[in-house]
Structure formats: structure tokens, C-alpha cells
Design a binder for this molecule. Sequence first.
Ligand code: ZN
Ligand code: ZN
Length: 138
Amino acid sequence: MKIPLNSFKNDQSVVLQEEIVPEDLDLDIGIMHFPENLQLKAEVWKSKNDLTVRVHVEGMRSFTCSLCLEEFDNLFEKDFALHYDIKGLDSVTIDSDVRDELILEHPIRVLCRTDCRGLCLFCGVNLNTEQCDCKTGE
Ligand SMILES: [Zn+2]
Ligand SMILES: [Zn+2]
């Protein structure tokens, strides 16, 4: 999202909305990706030298389960604030900071459900959906 600084007055807030196309922000990081466009809402406020942007993002993300390697979707929303020094600028593009916020949050390890049984260590079947004849526990 590009915020044109001359389109609104100082000490006045405006709300801007935009869809984020995940590919445009390079949001795919392996363990987590975004299957649909995300909704971005930004409340922006500026004074002479500073811009404050309160961002709300919501949408769907997909994770790969650390145990069974199945993909699952997860609705999320996130709020954060960004601050910029706007001395001498006509516009501010917040995309890379939005990307950082969305990616920094990702967990190192995710499970599709708390009791995920994972894959069989011997034959590799998904033990949530299948049984195998491998001996376990010995
Ligand atoms: Zn799982
Ligand atoms: Zn097995």
C-alpha cells in the first residue's frame, strides 16, 4: 500500500483499504503460506514530520503440520502500528514493513491439531488417517 501524503491534512486521520496479493509481497516462506488475498485496513495519521499507520490485516494462512506434514488453513487477524519520518516525502509505501510483521509472527513448529499422531517412523503412513503393521514401542 502506497500512502499519498498530500491527499489528507495534518492532524486528521483517514482510513485506507486494500487487498494484499500474497505473491506481490513474497509471503511464501515454506512452513506458512497465504492461499488467498489478504484484507488490509490502515488508519493513517500525520503531523508535519511523522506518519503513524495503524494496520489491521486479516485473511487465511496455510501451515504444514510439523508432525504429519498435512496442510491446514487458519484464519487470522493482526493489528500493529508503524511509524515513519516523512520529512521531504510525497508518499510512503508500507509493503515491506507489513511483510515483516506478517512473517515475523510465524511459529517454528505447528501442529494440525494438538493430538496429531504424525507419521509412522518406519513406513511413513499418516497415523491420523491410517494404521500400519509396524511394531511400535519396542
Ligand atoms: Zn498433523
Ligand atoms: Zn508404519
